[in-house]
Design a protein around this ligand. Sequence first.
Ligand SMILES: *[C@@H]1O[C@H](CO)[C@@H](O)[C@H](O)[C@H]1NC(C)=O
Ligand SMILES: *[C@@H]1O[C@H](CO)[C@@H](O)[C@H](O)[C@H]1NC(C)=O
Ligand SMILES: *[C@@H]1O[C@H](CO)[C@@H](O)[C@H](O)[C@H]1NC(C)=O
Ligand SMILES: *[C@@H]1O[C@H](CO)[C@@H](O)[C@H](O)[C@H]1NC(C)=O
Ligand SMILES: *[C@@H]1O[C@H](CO)[C@@H](O)[C@H](O)[C@H]1NC(C)=O
Ligand SMILES: *[C@@H]1O[C@H](CO)[C@@H](O)[C@H](O)[C@H]1NC(C)=O
Ligand SMILES: *[C@@H]1O[C@H](CO)[C@@H](O)[C@H](O)[C@H]1NC(C)=O
Ligand SMILES: *[C@@H]1O[C@H](CO)[C@@H](O)[C@H](O)[C@H]1NC(C)=O
Ligand SMILES: *[C@@H]1O[C@H](CO)[C@@H](O)[C@H](O)[C@H]1NC(C)=O
Length: 733
Amino acid sequence: MAKLAAYSFLLSCLLVVFLCSISAVTDEDKKEYIVYMGSLSSRADYTPMSHHMSILQEVTGESSMEDRLVRSYTRSFNGFVARLTKAERDKVAKMEGVVSVFTNKKLQLHTTMSWDFMGLKEEQKTKRNPTMESDTIIGVIDGGITPESQSFSDKGFGPPPKKWKGVCSGGKNFTCNNKLIGARYYTGEGTRDPDGHGTHTASIAAGNAVPDISFFGLGNGTVRGGVPAARIAAYNVCTDKGCPSDAILSAFDDAIADGVDLITISIGGVRRPFESDPIAIGAFHAMAKGILTVNSAGNNGPFELSVTALAPWILCVAASTTNRGFVTKVILGNGTTLVGKSVNPFDLKGKKYPLVYGKSAASSKCDAETAGLCDPSCLEKSRVEGKILVCDDANGLKTAKSVGAIAVIFHSPIPDVAVVVPLPASGLGMEDFESLVSYIESADSPQAAVLKTETVFNRTAPVVAYFSSCGPNALARDILKPDITAPGVEILAAYSPDGEPSKHDPRRVKYSVLSGTSMACPHIAGVAAYIKTFYPKWSPSMIQSAIMTTAWLVNATDKILGRTSTEFGYGAGHVNPIAALNPGLVYELEKADHIAFLCGMNYTSDVLKVISGENVTCSEKNETLPRNLNYPSMTYMYLDSDTDSNFTVTFDRTLTNVGTPSSTYKSTVVAGYGSKLSVSVTPSVLSFKTVNEKQSFRVTVIGGNLDEQVPSSANLIWSDGTHNVRSPIVVYA
Ligand SMILES: *[C@@H]1O[C@H](CO)[C@@H](O)[C@H](O)[C@H]1NC(C)=O
Ligand SMILES: *[C@@H]1O[C@H](CO)[C@@H](O)[C@H](O)[C@H]1NC(C)=O
Ligand SMILES: *[C@@H]1O[C@H](CO)[C@@H](O)[C@H](O)[C@H]1NC(C)=O
Ligand SMILES: *[C@@H]1O[C@H](CO)[C@@H](O)[C@H](O)[C@H]1NC(C)=O
Ligand SMILES: *[C@@H]1O[C@H](CO)[C@@H](O)[C@H](O)[C@H]1NC(C)=O
Ligand SMILES: *[C@@H]1O[C@H](CO)[C@@H](O)[C@H](O)[C@H]1NC(C)=O
Ligand SMILES: *[C@@H]1O[C@H](CO)[C@@H](O)[C@H](O)[C@H]1NC(C)=O
Ligand SMILES: *[C@@H]1O[C@H](CO)[C@@H](O)[C@H](O)[C@H]1NC(C)=O
Ligand SMILES: *[C@@H]1O[C@H](CO)[C@@H](O)[C@H](O)[C@H]1NC(C)=O
């Protein structure tokens, strides 16, 4: 008896301990994981939600899934988000039908003149197809939108196109109209844009033409999107802390099913295998439904391998300058003029004020370096008040006003970009900044004037922006990324009056100036939509090919801010929307080609079966070497450690005639950058008799002595005298 009692006491104790330890796990060690399960089964009796529940029940042993299942993807692809322990995660990953399980990482949000600059001029009566344009719906996955903006007014718009299956579910204080036809949100309280980014990108892609727009008088002109008559559906996936992967996947799940024609997403930041990257997953299922996804390259340039958006079913966009630049001059007391950059509408009427360098305005408790950066904890108001503060970086802009500075002159780490400033200010490049400092140190009473910003015509454009992320491709090393470059510097477009135009800026504006690959991405989405209005049946790959093969040739340039700009910066070149309407020939890719490419990337048949929802057998016969994917650019990474030795590499491609029925194209090869490549093409002439006819060819590249610092390139051009179908060929060591 006593024994038994002791035993049961022990037992209940154990039970308590066991329970305690379980709840300890529950509270501390559960994390949100995304469980990606590929395509939706087309079986009539398949209900994804109950499948997700049964997987979770099996793994957790619990009966209620209430605090486990966060959300399910059930409309355009299959998967769910659940709160799991590490052990449960491992179990789920091994279950049948599960492609990948990954953490819910947060991604980051990464224009008047720009359309004219690209050749889509309104005053020259750009060819348009208004009926088709108003049938086109662009899905904008971003940080929300400002529904009241004039750029999204529905004056003159009829009801949404019949194919639209979405909703207006924008949450608090949000109404749609016949221009902004859809709204959803997956974070926060609604689809309203709190900071301006989503409003800006949406208006670049498809905003109405709105005349006489400027930033306090700067950049005055008509602001408009690429396809002003198109409709917009906004999907808010961000908060001020970032854009969670599970929200991005939800937005793709909905946008595809809602019936958008095209998706633009200026978000990025994970470089994970395709099956664990929310944008690559979403874009794959979009592609399978005939929807092109355009994604920004990222703002982590100019470093090698910094580009994200690496999948061949995504159109990846770099950012470059336009010929409209903002300059802000600084006139020193000794008469010398320094040309800096900023968006500064404040007019101090040329009056000179005393200069004070952060280093000498600091209290004694700060070291020289922190003081030079104008750290707020260092500055002494008595030494700054009424003067122009000089700082080693842009940080000083945030606090200068609070210590009574009249203006700021700062060393700009990105001297090719003008940023909006909250008080009179100019950013100088290294050389000019050094002469400013030497002037301050040598003059008896140094002073200067910061002038109002002037708009200048810049002949040296387009140039890939210093911040724009660069190749090569870290995942598929034989696929060139970025694909294309488009305007992304100093773009004036719609903005949210709820956001600040710059940090610590009390002004509120409806239009503002931003720079980033975020701004370049919707330019390409606008061009893609423009093409689709003329060729509604074209697949994503045909549109991508048309944009890439008709791009303006950008020459590699030495030493832009100390680095070389090559195809790794601009891909096929700078977008040319008018030429893209008439490419002549296109490189087509279907879902099966992407699957064969993934076979070549060593994905297994089993995994690809789940992803694609089709029978897949990766066999040597039909797996495609990544470099033989029918892509509009040709890239090869030469792996041999001995870069002096010669190599021979071939690329197989097939062109589809979308131009003149009976046409003959001759190939020519133009040398590019780096080591000399010897390129031959067989056959060297392609004859087409009908539209949609396909012809194949092989490109053989022989080279040696590869430059290890830069890629070596050439251009293959197929020409019938009217169309020039150009592909960059890039080889790197
Ligand atoms: C709704 O938003 C608009 C625009 O930001 C604002 O003016 C208005 O006060 C808001 N209304 C409510 C009820 O919050
Ligand atoms: C600039 O703005 C003013 C109105 O503020 C307008 O009258 C003028 O035509 C604009 N200039 C251009 C080039 O659009
Ligand atoms: C003004 O001072 C700067 C820096 O010391 C110097 O480079 C420049 O030549 C001076 N200009 C004149 C006109 O003396
Ligand atoms: C013109 O553009 C080039 C390339 O971005 C830049 O280096 C230069 O500073 C610009 N010039 C002006 C006057 O803005
Ligand atoms: C690129 O270089 C070629 C050959 O040097 C030249 O003919 C062409 O004008 C250049 N293009 C541009 C846009 O600078
Ligand atoms: C796939 O595996 C083969 C054999 O192991 C290897 O040679 C090849 O480099 C791999 N391909 C990729 C893209 O990793
Ligand atoms: C896939 O292949 C299996 C076995 O070859 C066959 O039974 C099945 O019908 C195929 N499914 C599809 C969707 O083609
Ligand atoms: C590869 O070929 C096999 C047999 O010819 C076929 O069953 C399979 O569907 C093909 N796979 C792909 C990805 O095309
Ligand atoms: C490499 O190619 C170059 C030019 O085609 C040729 O002159 C040279 O002999 C080759 N070197 C080797 C080691 O084959």
